[in-house]
Ligand binder design. Structure first.
Ligand code: GRF
Length: 192
């Protein structure tokens, strides 16, 4: 996907479900003069998502869809994305699986961050499984979203060494710090 020249920034929607530290970081990145993106929409499937506060703090429009009826929610979201001329979706801790229909309607323009060295440890409880298997390394990956969970093309990945005394929470904390570094790198990479 090519960035348009001049002042126009690629309009991004960020989808969240929880704390939103990646969202906060993407917003911060978008405010750099040289950043290729602006965050124009925040979507959550949970009205209690803590990360929604970053929408208010930064005066970014937010929408909440409970996804009880997935197809209804997705059709509504697609309409808003179109209306707001959103060109890229960044999933950041979004805990719902998007349908094939939705992904195809936004083909090649949805990316996600996952806290493991994909293709290893797709799905949930990654840190727990990594520690249980006594892995030497873990990390995080930004990848395109395809209709198969955590399986789209890898854009950028960061590896870290697991320490002897690492716990689920220490690993989560250390990997989250790396996530904050690589999401902007990955966005720059695909829009270059
Ligand atoms: C991150 O670890 C991300 O990789 C995973 O969910 C977590 C979200 O954290 N998909 P936050 O909401 O961005 O703080």
């Amino acid at each position: 996907m090519k960035k348009l020249t001049g002042i126009k920034k690629i309009k991004v929607a960020v989808f969240i479900s929880g704390a939103g530290s990646n969202l906060r970081n993407i917003i911060k990145f978008s405010k750099n003069k040289k950043s290729p993106i602006s965050v124009n929409l925040i979507i959550s499937n949970k009205k209690t998502a803590k990360g929604l506060k970053y929408a208010n703090q930064n005066k970014i429009e937010k929408k909440i869809f409970n996804f009880k009826n997935i197809s209804f929610s997705e059709k509504k979201i697609l309409k808003i994305l179109l209306k707001k001329k959103i060109e890229l979706i960044c999933l950041a801790g979004f805990m719902r699986i998007l349908s094939k229909f939705f992904i195809q309607n936004f083909n090649g323009k949805i990316i996600n961050i996952h806290p493991s060295l994909l293709p290893k440890y797709k799905g949930l409880n990654t840190h727990q499984r990594v520690l249980k298997n006594k892995e030497k390394f873990s990390g995080c990956t930004v990848h395109y979203v395809s209709s198969k969970l955590d399986s789209g093309k890898i854009i950028f990945q960061k590896k870290i060494k697991i320490r002897k005394n690492d716990t689920i929470s220490s690993l989560q904390r250390r990997i989250l710090m790396e996530e904050h570094k690589i999401y902007p790198i990955a966005i720059n990479k695909i829009l270059d």
